[in-house]
Design a protein around this ligand. Structure first.
Ligand code: GTP
Ligand code: ZN
Length: 207
């Protein structure tokens, strides 16, 4: 089969569901999980909970409905032609691990070397949010952020570092508190030139 004629869906495309259950089905699933946890979904305090949980899912997983391309579409030329590192650091994010659907939460640091104009700084935080509001691993979240920057901004290089704590490691399972997991990914000049990586680490202030 010629992949150009009938391209296979990318991992990112496969991650977006095209058949959503109804609200009533989603609420019934929450009632089942409440009963599985050992409580009575019919008791007064829990009667509205399925509806609230489904509404909360709408917010926590809003990223499936959002398009990173649209966020990064608008770039502008900096007066003076700024072309050095732009680093936006300490972007807070909350995501959910795809293994347990339990939160992992932390900070993202994003840098790029502009090629043809810069992007609004808030758009980088919005980009993190789009991918964080999906079921994730920290590694995939890191990769998806940098891939979107590369595809849409075409920078000379990009660097992404995530530092997060996984509740599935602290609240359950091994129950290790305060463990931080760091992932990073470099492309372009940052991947090729060790001194650019060092500048990134120095500016982030962590290694
Ligand atoms: N690499 C990676 N692993 C993750 C992430 N989030 C959770 N995990 C791990 O995914 C693994 C799933 O392991 P399993 O053995 O299938 O599941 P489990 O029995 O619930 O594992 P425990 O957490 O050790 O109790 C665990 O080791 C988690 O710590 C992530 O973002 N990246
Ligand atoms: Zn987990």
């Amino acid at each position: 089969m010629d992949a150009r004629v009938n391209p296979l869906p990318t991992e990112l495309e496969k991650s977006v569901s095209h058949s959503r259950p109804s609200q009533a089905e989603a609420e019934a699933a929450v009632r089942t999980l409440i009963a599985w946890a050992g409580d009575n979904p019919e008791r007064e305090g829990l009667l509205d909970t399925p509806q609230r949980v489904v509404r909360a899912f709408g917010e926590l997983y809003a990223g499936y409905e959002q398009d990173p391309k649209a966020i990064l579409a608008r770039t502008f030329k900096e007066v003076g032609g700024y072309d050095d590192i732009v680093l936006v650091r300490d972007i807070p994010f909350h995501s959910h691990c795809e293994h347990h659907m339990v939160p992992f939460t932390g900070k993202a640091h994003i840098a790029y070397l502009p090629h043809d104009g810069v992007v609004g700084l808030s758009k980088l935080a919005r980009l993190v949010d789009i991918f964080a509001r999906r079921l994730q691993t920290q590694e995939n979240l890191t990769a998806q952020i940098i891939d979107a920057i590369n595809e849409n901004l075409g920078p000379r290089g990009a660097a992404v570092m995530l530092d997060a704590e996984h509740m599935c490691m602290s609240m359950r399972g091994v129950r290790s508190q305060g463990v931080s997991t760091i992932t990073h990914r470099f492309t372009g000049v940052f991947a090729e030139d060790r001194s650019e990586q060092d500048r990134f680490f120095a500016m982030v202030g962590k290694r």
